[in-house]
Design a protein around this ligand. Structure first.
Ligand SMILES: Cc1cc2nc3c(=O)[nH]c(=O)nc-3n(C[C@H](O)[C@H](O)[C@H](O)COP(=O)(O)OP(=O)(O)OC[C@H]3O[C@@H](n4cnc5c(N)ncnc54)[C@H](O)[C@@H]3O)c2cc1C
Ligand code: SF4
Length: 508
C-alpha cells in the first residue's frame, strides 16, 4: 500500500503522469480520487498543505493547530460591502482539507433545496431519489451516526431547554464518528482518530488502490492542448511555504477540488471558465454565536461538540446549531479589558454557547491579486441582512428562557446584557461593522448549472467548453444549503466520479 508522500522531502522537481490528477485532498478531492482509484485509474492527488496525523494533532495546542492545519492561521476575511459585516472565513490547509477541522456534523442536502435545483435551476439529475444512493454510499464510507443523548454537552442541554420553552423544536445531529469520547477538540483535528474525516476514511482506500497522494504541492494552473486539459503544473513548497521546485503532472483527466476559495483562482490563472461566473455568486452561510452565562457550572467543552440543531426557523432562512470552542480560545474572545475581562474569563466554566447560520442568497466575489490568496468581498442581500437580528434574538431568548443570567452577543464592544437590557436593545440599528460574523462554508464560486451562460460546470462537474476538466468541490454547489455542507459536497463528488466511468472509454 502506498503512503502519503511529502514533495518537500524531494531533491529537485516532481514530474508524474496519471490517468486522473486531483488538485486538493479535501472533502471533494479525496472522494473523487478514491472512487477513481477503485475503478482502476492511476490517480495522483496534489495537496498544498502538510500531512498532520492524529498523533501530532493530539500534541498541538489549539493555537498551534490553527497555525499548522488552518489556512492563514484562520485570518481569512471576506470584506463586507455596504451594509454587510465582514466575515472571517476559515478553511483547512492540509491533507484532508477542511474535512479535518469539521465538528463532524453531517446533513444530507435538504429536499427543498434539491427541489429548487431540479425545478428552478433545471439540474434534472439532482432529485432526492436520484441522490439517495450517493448519500447512503458516503454515509457508509464515513460512518455517519446519530449523537447519543448522553453525549450532549450541558451547554446544548441548556439551549435545548430554552428552545423548547420558546417553541423551537430541537433535533439530534448525525456525525461522522466512530468511538468518539466527547473530548470536544474536533475543530482542531481529532487526536483520537474518532472523526472519520477523509484523510482517515477515504484516502487510505485510495492509497491501497495505488493512488499517489502528495503534500506540499501548490498547483498554479491547468495545462491544456487546445480545448483539452492535459495536466497541471505548479510549485513544491518548502518548510516556510516558499517555492522549492517545479511540479508537473501529465494526465488524461484533471479534477479541480481546491475548495470554493481557490478553485476559481486556478481557473483564472489558467484563463478558463465563464469570466462572468468564475469567482462570483459565492455563498457563505454567514454564522453568528451567542454565549450565555448561567449560575450553575456548565463546562460546555465536555461532550460532543455539536449534538443538537433546529430548523424551526427555516422559513426565515435561519438554522440554529450547537457548538463550543475550547476555553483557552474562548477566553481570548470575551469582552472587556483588565478586571472586567478577568471576571468574564473566570466564569468561562459557566458559559453555554449556541450558533446560527443564514441560508444566504450569496453576494461573495473573489479576485486574483498578487500573492497566493484571493481578495474577497461579500455584499449581503437586504433579506439576509434583516435576518441577523432575528437570528440573534431567537438564540438570546432561548437562553434566557433556560435561566441565563446574561448573554454575550456577537456585537463588538458590547458587554454582557441581562434580559431587561436585552429587551431594550435595538438590534436592528446596530451597524454592520460592529457585528461579528464567521463562515466555515464557502460554496458556489464556480457553480454547476444547466447552461454555459449561467454556470461554470455542467451537472456532471465538467467545465463548459473544455474536455477532460472537472470540478468536484464546494465551489460547484449551486446555492447555499442552510445546513453544513460536507455530506452534500461528498455525495456530489461521488456522483461526478461515477459519471466519469461512463466517459472513460472515450478518453482511453
Ligand atoms: C472549522 C470548520 C468546521 C466545519 N465543520 C463542518 C461540519 O461540522 N460539518 C460540515 O458538513 N461541514 C463543516 N465544515 C465545512 C466543510 O469542511 C467544507 O465544506 C468541506 O470540507 C469543503 O470541501 P472542499 O473539497 O470544497 O474543500 P476543502 O475540504 O477545504 O479542501 C480543499 C483542499 O485543497 C487544497 N488546495 C487549495 N488550493 C490548492 C492548490 N492550488 N494546490 C493544491 N492544493 C490546494 C487546500 O489546502 C485544501 O486542503 C467545516 C469547515 C471548517 C473550516
Ligand atoms: S469530540 Fe473528541 S473524540 Fe469525538 S470526534 Fe471530536 S475530537 Fe474526536
Amino acid at each position: 500500500m502506498n503512503e502519503i508522500q511529502s514533495a518537500r522531502d524531494l531533491e529537485g522537481d516532481l514530474e508524474l503522469s496519471a490517468d486522473t490528477v486531483v488538485v486538493g485532498s479535501g472533502a471533494g478531492g479525496a472522494v473523487v480520487a478514491t472512487e477513481r482509484a477503485l475503478q482502476g485509474d492511476r490517480v495522483v492527488v496534489l495537496e498544498e498543505g502538510p500531512h498532520v496525523p492524529a498523533a501530532l494533532l493530539g500534541k498541538m495546542r489549539p493555537s498551534e493547530s490553527i497555525r499548522h492545519v488552518w489556512r492563514d492561521g484562520a485570518f481569512t476575511v471576506a470584506i463586507g460591502i455596504g451594509d454587510s459585516p465582514s466575515i472571517n472565513v476559515t478553511m483547512g490547509r492540509c491533507i484532508g482539507g477542511s474535512s479535518v477541522l469539521t465538528g463532524a456534523v453531517c446533513f444530507r442536502t435538504p429536499e427543498h433545496v434539491l427541489h429548487h435545483w431540479t425545478e428552478t435551476l433545471r439540474l434534472r439529475d439532482y432529485t432526492p431519489a436520484a441522490m439517495e444512493p450517493y448519500f447512503e454510499h458516503v454515509e457508509r464510507a464515513i460512518h455517519v451516526e446519530e449523537v447519543p443523548e448522553e453525549m450532549r454537552s450541558r451547554s446544548t442541554q441548556l439551549f435545548a431547554l430554552g428552545a423548547r420553552r420558546t417553541g423551537l423544536e430541537m433535533k439530534p445531529i448525525r456525525r461522522n464518528t466512530r468511538g468518539c469520547n466527547g473530548c470536544g477538540r474536533c475543530n482542531f483535528g481529532c487526536p483520537h482518530q474518532a472523526k472519520m474525516s477523509v484523510d482517515l476514511s477515504y484516502l487510505p482506500r485510495a492509497l491501497a488502490a495505488g493512488a499517489e497522494v502528495w503534500s506540499h504541492c501548490l498547483v498554479r494552473r491547468v495545462l491544456r492542448k487546445g480545448d483539452r486539459a492535459v495536466g497541471v503544473e505548479g510549485r513544491i513548497l518548502d518548510r516556510r511555504g516558499r517555492p522549492a521546485g517545479h511540479l508537473a503532472v501529465h494526465a488524461r483527466r484533471v479534477v479541480l477540488a481546491a475548495g470554493a476559495w481557490h478553485t476559481p483562482l486556478l481557473l483564472r490563472n489558467s484563463g478558463l471558465g465563464n469570466p462572468e461566473r468564475v469567482g462570483h455568486h459565492m455563498t457563505l452561510h454567514p454564522g453568528f454565536r451567542v454565549l450565555a452565562r448561567f449560575d450553575e457550572p456548565v463546562q460546555g467543552w465536555q461532550g460532543a461538540l455539536q449534538s443538537g440543531w433546529t430548523d424551526a426557523l427555516e422559513a426565515d432562512g435561519i438554522t440554529l446549531i450547537s457548538l463550543f470552542v475550547p476555553p483557552g480560545v474562548l477566553g481570548a474572545t470575551m469582552p472587556g479589558v483588565g478586571p472586567e475581562h478577568m471576571d468574564n474569563v473566570r466564569h468561562i466554566g459557566h458559559l453555554a454557547m449556541f450558533g446560527g447560520i443564514l441560508h444566504d442568497e450569496g453576494g461573495g466575489s473573489l479576485y486574483r491579486i498578487p500573492g497566493r490568496e484571493p481578495l474577497a468581498f461579500y455584499r449581503m442581500t437586504r433579506r439576509d441582512r434583516a435576518r441577523i437580528p432575528k437570528l440573534i434574538r431567537a438564540m438570546a431568548w432561548a437562553f434566557f428562557a433556560a435561566g441565563a443570567r446574561e448573554v454575550f452577543l456577537p456585537v463588538l464592544g458590547l458587554r454582557g446584557v441581562n434580559a431587561d437590557a436585552f429587551a431594550r436593545l435595538d438590534l436592528d440599528r446596530i451597524p454592520a461593522n460592529r457585528i461579528e460574523c464567521a463562515s466555515q462554508h464557502p460554496l458556489g464560486s464556480a457553480q454547476m448549472g444547466a447552461s454555459p451562460e449561467h454556470s461554470v460546470v455542467d451537472g456532471n462537474g465538467r467545465l463548459w467548453g473544455m474536455e477532460h476538466l472537472y470540478i468536484a468541490d464546494g465551489s460547484i454547489v449551486p446555492t447555499s444549503l442552510g445546513v453544513n455542507p460536507q455530506l452534500s459536497i461528498m455525495a456530489i463528488a461521488t456522483r461526478i466520479a461515477d459519471r466519469m466511468r461512463l466517459c472513460r472509454k472515450a478518453i482511453l
